[in-house]
Each structure stands twice: as C-alpha cells, then as structure tokens.
Design a protein around this ligand. Structure first.
Ligand code: HEM
Length: 503
C-alpha cells in the first residue's frame, strides 16, 4: 500500500528535479555566462584597482586567479582580457571580424581627426579603404626600400655622434639618442625633412611628440563614466588636448603647404606627404581623400611608428647589456660578416642569423605594446563558452602570452638560441609571439619597423663595445616601464661606448 503511494511520489519528484535542472541548463545554454572576473564597485567597476604603468602585470596576476579569459568592468564599459596563445588565436583569428573595432577614447579620437586614419578608426568601409591604400602605397616593401638612403644616412650620423661620446669617454644616453634617431627617420620619410635641432638631441619637435604620445594614453574618466566630462575639464585635460591638437594641426598644415608650393625643390624620392597628396588627386580611388584624412595618417605614422621602434631598440640593448654571453656571441657574428667595414648595410644584415634570433627574443620578452592596441567587439559573440556582449573592450596580454610555459622553455630567460631551429616568427602566424598583433588590424608598419631596427642595432653592435658606466653592475639596470601606448624603459639606458680599435 505504502509503495503504491511512495513510488509515484518519488517518480514525480525525480521528474520535477530533472525538469528544473533541464530548465536551468537550457537558460545557460541559450544565454552563456560572462567570463569570470574580479568584483567591482557600483558605477566605477574595477577602475580603482589599476595603475596604468603596471597594468599588464596587474592583469597577469588576475589571469592567474581567473584564467586565460576574464572580464572586467571599466566604469560602464565591459572589458575582457585574454592571456594565452590559444585564446589569442580564438579572438584574433577565429573571431577576428567580431573584434576588429577599436574603443572610442577621447584623446585618441581628437588627435586622429575623429578616427580619420587607420589605427583608431572604427571597423567600417572607410577603414578598409584607407588601410588598403596605405598598405599598397605607403607601407609596401617597395616604398620601404625606397627610403634606404635616408636610413643609412641617419644611422651613420648617429654612429658619428656616439664616436664623439666614446672619444671623450662620455656616457651615451640610448633612450634619447634612439628616440631622436627614430623620429628623425620617420620625419624624413614622412615629411621630407628633419625636425631635430642640430647638436641637441631633445628638440622642440621631440617635446611636442612626447606630449602627443602622452595625450594618446591619458585617462579621461568620461571615456568610462558618462556625464563626468566636468572632472576631465576641471583637471585641465580638455584644454591640454586642444592645445596639442592645434599645435599638430598647424604643423601638418605647414608641411602640406610646403609640399604644394610649386617652387619647392623636388626630392629624388617621394616622401609620404608627396604620395598622399598625389593620391588625393587620384579620382580612381574608392574614397575621396581630404586634408584631414592625410593629417590623420601622418599622425598614425608619428604615433605608431616613432616610439615603438625606438623603445624596441632600447630594450634590445638593455637585454644585451644584462646578458653578456649573448652580447659577445651576437657581436662575433656581426663582426665576422662586417669585417673591417665601418658600416653594415641592409644586405649585410640579411646574412646574420643569431642576430635576427636575438631580435625575435627581444620582441618576445620586451613587447613594446604589452597589451597590443585595445580592440572592441562589433557584435555579441561566444568565446570559450562565454558570452561577450557587443562593445566589449578586448585586451590581449602579449606580455603574458610571450611567457606562456606551454609554448616556451625557460620563458623568463633571454635565450635567442630558441629561435635558431624554429620557424616561430613575429609576423602574426604564431600566436605565442604576437608583438605586432595579428589579423585584420595587425601592424602594417612591420616591414618598416624591422628594417630600421636591424640596421640600427647591427651598427651599434658592430662599431662599439658597450660597457656599464663605472661603479654599476648589470643588476643595476632595471626593466621598469613608463605608462603609455608604447612601453618605454622608465629609467634611461646610459652606457659607455668604446670604439673598436681597427675601425
Ligand atoms: C617595433 C615596432 C612596432 C611594433 C611593435 C608595433 C606594434 C603594433 C601593434 C601591436 C598594433 C596593433 C595590432 C592589433 O590590433 O592587432 C599596431 C598597429 C598599427 N601600427 Fe604598428 N608597431 C610597430 C611599428 C610601426 C610602424 C613603423 C608603423 C608605421 C610607420 C606602424 C603603424 C601602425 C598602424 C597604422 C597600426 C594600426 C593598424 C589598424 O588599426 O588597422 N607601426 N602596431
């Protein structure tokens, strides 16, 4: 009797539990959860938890707790952080289209003429066309090689300057010197002239450029919390941004006017402004290039091209002075190829294999863009079983990915040999090494950056022996970084150059 009552009851209860379980999972299936992440405060979310100079390190700590994909709330803007090669492939290759936007940030929008260029434009037809035009006409290998005489001339000048320091037993400030070299090369290829003052490494242009870089990465609270623009205004940020924009706008306009002057002496090689002005008159292009578009592209070249190359060469010299074994080996290879020549050209550099491995290893351990350049999702998508809403900011922590223990043996060590018998490269096919990003929005300046870096470093290492200033040991050289879009070495790298006796 009892069993005739109990049995259906137990059955009913079991069915009910199963039904509830099914409904719960159905909801999860239809609406997967957001990635896990640290709890934030109302309105500001996690904003108060971060310090921009060590953001990549703070995000690394969080990835240890929450995994290779986790979420953050930056004010009212959702964000995710990806920290493994596998997840990088998922977002930058399998879901590249969904993540090909860029977040709109006040400073970047203003200075990029409202995204009238490549780097900060939203993903749209204009971006597709301007990127295509620039890849074909500005960043192509043919154009890059047309600037080789400029590169050779400027690197030779730099070597001469260092020889001066060496003969007076002075110390060479490599941060200043390499930043000045990089901006001079970029100004000559882009604008057709140099803007550094002769004799002084820190010119007015250099100061202006520093301010441009600073404004590009300045934190505007209204980017994350609407209606707080008054705080940015009170802090004077709007005025500072407007001033910097006006100064650069005036500068670009002068450069354009100079190039349009019919009496201007025509250089042998066209600089980038020449090319862009020619394209402006080309009616067959799919977009009508305006002066603002041209100014936006010039801004890209200054912002994306100058700092990154300079910072990487400083990091390479930092890594070498801290690793005398590698310094010795790389110099032996370079000097074997260079012999008694006083200058290595780009063909000589192509014969170097250990040197190239050393550059890859520098990109691995010291990516100048530790978090790449933030992307933004254009639409909702599912990544790794998690729901990522539209308009979510994506950070890819390249610094952590480049130290992934499953991809790299002794990941913290500076060992160029790891690349000698390996096909792994930084061109975007290998997701464990992505200093230039990958996919639709990857860096179009890669060929130009690599050719400059190789030429500069090969000649610094060929012409001089490098020593620490008296009283310093290699452990005194730190690897702290400055906040910004590009991670510069915080404390200037100052070394003593000794001229090789037979040169
Ligand atoms: C060592 C040197 C350089 C490094 C490490 C570097 C790195 C990067 C990275 C990480 C991105 C973002 C990629 C992504 O979102 O997937 C990027 C984008 C970009 N870079 Fe570079 N870059 C370097 C040099 C240059 C140079 C020399 C130029 C131009 C003269 C340049 C122009 C650009 C532009 C225009 C973009 C935006 C691309 C887009 O949004 O479609 N970069 N770069």
């Amino acid at each position: 009797m009892l069993s005739t009552i109990l049995l259906p009851l137990v059955l009913c209860l079991t069915l009910l539990v199963l039904l509830l379980f099914f409904i719960r999972n159905l909801r999860t299936f239809k609406n997967p959860p957001l990635p896990p992440g640290p709890k934030g405060l109302p309105i500001i979310g996690n904003l108060h938890q971060f310090d921009s100079s060590i953001l990549y390190l703070q995000l690394w700590q969080l990835s240890k707790k929450y995994g290779p994909i986790f979420s953050l709330q930056l004010g009212l803007r959702p964000a995710i952080v990806v920290s493994s090669p596998k997840l990088a492939k998922e977002v930058l290759k399998n879901h590249d289209l969904e993540f090909s936007g860029r977040p709109k940030l006040l400073g970047q929008q203003k200075l990029s003429y409202n995204g009238s260029e490549i780097a900060f434009s939203p993903y749209n037809e204009y971006w597709r066309q301007i990127r295509k035009i620039c890849v074909v006409h500005i960043f192509s290998s043919k154009r890059v090689s047309s600037f080789s005489s400029i590169r050779n001339c400027e690197v030779k000048q730099m070597i001469k300057k260092i020889s001066g320091h060496a003969s007076s037993s002075g110390v060479t400030n490599l941060n200043e010197l390499l930043m000045s070299l990089s901006s001079t090369i970029m100004c000559r290829v882009a604008f057709g002239r140099r803007y550094e003052d002769e004799g002084s490494e820190k010119s007015r242009f250099h100061v202006l450029l520093n301010e441009l870089q600073a404004m590009m990465s300045t934190f505007f609270v209204s980017d994350y919390i609407p209606f707080t623009g008054w705080i940015d205004k009170l802090k004077g940020l709007h005025a500072r941004l407007e001033r910097n924009f006006k100064e650069f706008d005036k500068f670009y306009q002068e450069v354009i006017d100079e190039h349009m002057d019919p009496n201007r002496q025509q250089m042998e090689e066209h600089d980038m402004v020449d090319v862009l002005l020619q394209l402006k008159n080309d009616r067959s292009l799919s977009i009508d290039l305006t002066y603002d578009h041209i100014k936006g592209v010039l801004m890209d070249i200054l912002v994306a091209g100058t700092d990154t190359t300079a910072a990487t060469s400083v990091w390479a010299m930092t890594a070498l002075i801290k690793n005398p074994r590698v310094m010795k080996k790389v110099q032996e290879e370079i000097r074997n190829v260079g012999g008694t020549k006083d200058f290595l050209d780009e063909d000589d550099v192509q014969k170097l294999s250990y040197f190239k491995a050393m550059i890859k290893e520098t990109f691995r351990l010291y990516p100048p863009a530790t978090l790449l350049v933030p992307r933004e999702s254009n639409e909702e998508c599912i990544i790794h079983g998690y729901r990522i809403p539209a308009k979510t900011i994506l950070y890819v922590n390249a610094w952590v990915i480049h130290r992934d223990p499953e991809s790299w043996k002794n990941p913290q060590e500076f060992i160029p040999e790891r690349f000698l018998d390996s096909d792994v490269d930084f061109r975007g096919q290998d997701f464990q090494l992505i200093p230039f990003g990958t996919g639709r929005r990857s860096c179009p300046g890669l060929p130009m950056a690599v050719v400059i870096l190789e030429l500069v470093l090969a000649n610094l290492l060929h012409s001089f022996d490098w020593e620490l200033p008296q009283g310093m040991i290699k452990e005194d050289i730190d690897v702290q970084v400055l906040p910004g879009l590009t991670q510069h070495k915080k404390n200037d790298l100052c070394l003593c150059a000794k001229t090789r006796s037979h040169i």
